[in-house]
Design a protein around this ligand. Structure first.
Ligand code: RUQ
Ligand code: CUA
Length: 680
């Protein structure tokens, strides 16, 4: 009792501080409106030649692709930079009615997990694949936060081709981090959980947090040619919360760093409980050494249960494999693999500068930004400048690893990126600004207000060895009065800032699809030339593909399955008249798009289907499953305006009562095909 009360008393002032920080964030947005000075603020912040700097003439292409996470819509959206034009939405963890992703029979398996079919997630961090520490434009890795998953998008097709579930994780937030040659994609858990060592979380009393809960860091191997992922091993780490991950480069390229909070190991009211200690930790993990330990037999194995879903390139059919074991390392058994660096209270962002020497830790509740030195860290390890240990992991002395602190940067520092010209840019959530400071003397040299409450910011390649320091994109959580009002729900927003000169220049606001947490951008010429225009029909090995109209068919299989193998080409479907289906049947429309040309998808929808349309790319086959419930005649049609005769691209399917003797027939144009005997 006594201790509880003392604990609470200690907590009170800290809780008050937190409340002030939270209230400050809300005030920030409102005061601008109340003051009525928004227009003024915008005008002064906007550079006079902003319009021409972002103008991409009709028919011309943008200089860069940017990939913005969609946060709680589970998707990635692709914008051209500098125009801010939305080019595409790539569904990843979320069903997408626009093209049938997650609805079609082929793609459903992408969303399988050990919890069943999960058609949603919270996607925070896109990370481009790398070669020699530079983005190479091959793949984009993204994380699913809620039901821990890592996905890979192929940038030749802009499609999600692989999703790996992460066992022993909960809230896959510090994820994904690809090493400099994609040796591994590394993913850390946000929540610690009790592991039952049987493939799930343990049924443990919640007040046992301190003793029973653990975190995990997962090491996913990436095939250097194909990009295929495979969970190699995990490190089971102390039961803190792990927030963000970023990796070294150059001298530090064997290392990956994680911010942690809740080193107090509080299991409840974390806004207070996890803010007791004056310092939490930056965890430094030598991933190369970890991989060596795992390879040399230090890893144990435990049962697990997680899904690995892959889309086949030629059939476009996703398949799930269930994995039943995972290997793990314990840091206390692997000397030299992991160290803890004290970092001011509940740090959030960790960003390593392009030279690999500085680790910048943004503590959202801290008043300065600590910058750690990698060479000092190496020396401190060598000279054993330790401040005890935590769960068998050596803690380095704060002073022994600290290079400098950036003083009075602003309120609520979250994330930092670099321009490759010796400058760092940090987002300030509470004071809504981007702050530019110098890596040479750690002084602040410029500020730019952003609207409002900026989370991440992104410089193309700003997290790699070679940033492209021309643009910065600020991703804002709150827009308030920035756009025409759209009821209670407002768009989130991105702002494009010119960072090529000494002073930042505001260029453009553009609303985003859901919440952009983080983004990546890359020069268009690293991606555009490799873009696939259509799929080759002769490489289509879908078992129900129909490569010629003469091969189209309708067959009854067993008692109540009807399989329709259909083709689509401008501007008809074959067959377009179908009879003999009965109530109670399960009907599969396997539609092959026969086009061999760019930008000619056909869509397919049938009245009353409890499903989305399917959108079939040229050369591909997609399947819509339909279970008609009433007798009648049902129209179907192509949903994508594909030619002048698109509206004519339609047909009928007749559904008769169960047990009816209407035979299966199908046709296109006048001549009826002979009825096909049922294949018992
Ligand atoms: S983070 S809250 Cu990247 Cu700042 Cu998700
Ligand atoms: Cu095919 Cu419209």
């Amino acid at each position: 009792m006594e201790t509880l009360i003392t604990k609470f008393r200690k907590a009170a002032p800290k809780a008050a501080l937190l409340m002030a920080v939270v209230a400050g964030a809300a005030l920030q947005g409102c005061s601008k409106i109340a003051g009525g000075d928004t227009a003024g603020a915008t005008a002064t912040a906007l550079s006079s030649d902003a319009a021409s700097a972002v103008y991409v003439a009709p028919g011309k292409h943008d200089e860069l692709y940017s990939f913005l996470s969609g946060g709680f819509n589970g998707q990635v959206s692709v914008y051209g930079i500098p125009s801010g034009r939305l080019l595409k939405i790539i569904p990843v963890f979320t069903q997408h009615g626009e093209n049938g992703y997650g609805y079609s029979e082929e793609s459903k398996a992408m969303l399988n997990t050990s919890h069943g079919f999960v058609p949603w997630d919270d996607l925070h961090h896109p990370k481009l694949s790398r070669t020699n520490g530079q983005t190479d434009g091959r793949w984009l890795f993204v994380n699913g936060n809620n039901t821990p998953r890592v996905a890979r998008i192929d940038l030749t097709t802009f499609e999600t081709v692989e999703i790996m579930e992460i066992p022993n994780s909960a809230g896959n937030h510090c994820s994904p981090y690809p090493t400099n040659n994609n040796e591994y994609v590394i993913a850390g858990t946000r929540f610690s959980v009790p592991l039952d060592m049987k493939g799930g979380t343990g049924d443990v009393a919640l007040d046992k947090y301190e003793e029973e809960f653990r975190g995990s860091i997962s090491f996913i191997k990436v095939d250097p040619e194909k990009g295929d992922m495979d969970l190699d091993f995990q490190i089971l780490v102390p039961g803190f919360d792990y927030d963000l991950a970023n990796g070294g480069k150059g001298p530090s390229e064997d290392w990956v760093f994680f911010t942690t909070y809740n080193s107090e190991k509080s299991g409840t009211l974390k806004e207070v409980g996890a803010s007791q200690n004056d310092k939490d930790y930056l965890a430094a993990v030598n991933w190369k050494l970890a991989a060596k330990y795992a390879k040399e037999g230090k890893a144990r194995e435990m049962p697990a249960n997680y899904y690995h879903n892959k889309m086949d390139k030629n059939s476009h059919i996703a398949k799930s494999t269930v994995k039943k074991k995972v290997r793990y390392l314990l840091p206390e058994e692997c000397p030299g693999m992991m160290y803890l660096l004290p970092a001011p209270k509940s740090p959030h962002g960790i960003d390593v500068d392009p030279t690999g020497e500085y680790m910048v830790v943004s503590g959202k509740l801290a008043s300065a930004i600590p910058v750690f030195s990698f060479s000092k860290m190496q020396a401190a390890i060598k000279n054993k400048q330790f401040d005890g240990e935590k769960n068998g992991i050596p803690v380095l002395k704060y002073e022994s690893v600290l290079k400098a602190e950036v003083k009075e940067p602003g309120l609520g520092p979250l994330h930092t990126e670099f321009d490759g010209k010796g400058n760092a840019y940090t987002s300030m959530f509470v004071s809504s600004e981007v702050v530019k400071w110098k890596l040479s003397d750690f002084t602040v040299v410029d500020r730019m207000p952003v609207y409002y409450s900026v989370g991440h910011l992104m410089i193309p390649g700003g997290d790699t060895k070679e940033p492209y320091g021309k643009y910065l994109v600020a991703m804002n959580k709150i827009t308030k009065d920035r756009y025409l009002p759209t009821g209670p729900e407002l768009a989130h927003s991105a702002q494009l800032i010119d960072i090529s000169g000494e002073k930042m220049k505001m260029l453009l606001d553009f609303p985003t699809v859901a919440e952009p947490h983080y983004a990546q951008a890359i020069k268009a010429d690293l991606v555009a030339p490799k873009s696939v225009k259509f799929f080759k029909l002769d490489e289509n090995n879908h078992p129900h593909a129909t490569k010629k109209e003469s091969e189209a068919s309708v067959k009854r299989e067993g008692k109540n399955v009807v399989r329709i193998k259909m083709t689509a080409i401008r501007s008809h479907m074959t067959p377009d008249n179908i009879e003999g289906v009965q109530v109670g049947d399960t009907v599969y429309f396997h539609v092959t798009n026969l086009e061999q040309d760019w930008d000619v998808p056909h869509g397919f929808a049938v009245m009353g289907a409890n499903n989305a349309e399917t959108l079939i790319m040229p050369g591909a086959t997609q399947t819509l499953k339909w279970m008609p419930k009433k007798a009648g005649v049902y129209p179907f049609y192509c949903t994508d305006f594909c030619s002048a005769l698109h509206q004519e691209m339609q047909g009928y399917i007749r559904v008769s009562p169960k047990g009816s003797n209407v035979p299966i027939t199908f046709s296109t144009g006048k001549k009826k095909q002979a009825p096909v005997a049922s294949a018992k």
